[in-house]
Design a protein around this ligand. Structure first.
Ligand code: CUA
Length: 314
């Protein structure tokens, strides 16, 4: 179905994230065209058939027609349900990152992108990824709202200050794709471009090992230093043992029960909030005794600490 509309969309290079979008776009275009043609033909036909022929040629007064009204209400309603259900299925897929996804940290700023890898490598305005493997981008902004858009992959996600968002894709073949910032963010918004550079898995490993970590170690190593320097380890163990606060071991991705009985999955946003506003959400059985680290830890520091916590599996 999608091939009919090739002239409108660039070639799809991440079918795992884009196939539903393309199929749904095709469906909407075909239905819209059928409705447009039907309405136009009917309009011309009635205009000719019921044209005024003489002065006493009067139209009878018609107040309503139940059959017709039900028909033209139910058919569009069904179409709306189909489009909603189809779109919802596609959205769920875009929000469900495969477990084996390769993770890259993204920082957006006025006006560019920084991509950080687990070995400490950092690259500006170019994100290198392996082909044939899902890639997850965990994104944040240093200033205003930006948006990460790759037309080839049919993915688009706002990038926000003070909060993490994510997207994933799987490029099937080596090559290049264009990234646009698609949220107006100031003077050079239109120059806020980047490239996705897809390597074969072997080439990607080679590329990654050639990148220097820029000193200071990997993000996880920096995070480990920080939690010692900042005294986090006084109250939070890293080996699961009981201290004043919850242990960092196995924290990332854990379902926590809060003091108000609700449950929450410990993700990037939860950990960030717990560092900056420790009283906001309290794990059941604990009392908050922690003060905010606002101003003591930068956004980069917080991301490094989260990367370290991710390594502390149970
Ligand atoms: Cu960043 Cu527009």
């Amino acid at each position: 179905m999608g091939s009919l509309f090739d002239f409108m969309l660039p070639e799809l290079k991440s079918p795992m994230t884009g196939a539903t979008t393309d199929a749904l776009m095709g469906f909407i275009h075909i239905v819209s065209f059928i409705i447009l043609a039907g309405v136009t033909v009917a309009m011309i036909y009635f205009a000719i058939k019921y044209r005024r022929r003489s002065d006493d040629d009067k139209t009878p007064l018609i107040t309503h027609n139940n059959k017709l009204e039900i028909t033209w209400s139910v058919i569009p309603l069904l179409l709306v349900f189909i489009v909603f259900g189809w779109g919802y299925k596609g959205w769920l897929n875009l929000k469900s990152v495969p477990d084996n996804a390769y993770e890259i940290q993204v920082s957006a700023y006025k006006w560019g992108w920084t991509f950080s890898y687990e070995n400490g490598a950092q690259v500006g305005n170019e994100v290198h990824v392996p082909a044939g493997q899902p890639v997850k981008l965990v994104m944040r902004s240093e200033d205003v709202i930006h948006s990460f858009f790759v037309p080839d992959y049919r993915i688009k996600q706002d990038v926000l200050p003070n909060r993490y968002t994510y997207v994933w894709f799987q490029a099937e073949e080596a090559g290049e794709s264009q990234v646009f910032c698609t949220e107006y963010c100031g003077t050079s918004h239109s120059d806020m471009l980047a490239k996705v550079i897809v390597h074969t898995p072997e080439d990607f490993e080679n590329w990654l090992s050639e990148q220097s970590s820029g000193g200071g170690g990997t993000p996880a190593e920096r995070g480990e230093n920080l939690i010692t320097l900042q005294g986090c380890v006084t109250c939070h163990s890293v080996d699961g043992s009981q201290k004043i606060g919850p242990s960092f071991q196995g924290l990332y991705g854990r379902e926590e029960t809060m003091s108000d009985g609700s449950t929450i999955t410990a993700d990037e946003n939860y950990i960030r909030e717990s560092i900056l506003d420790p009283g906001a959400k309290i794990v059941e059985g604990y009392q908050n005794q922690m003060v905010s680290y606002e101003g003591r830890l930068s956004d980069d520091d917080i991301s490094d600490i989260i990367e370290y916590i991710k390594t502390l599996e149970e």
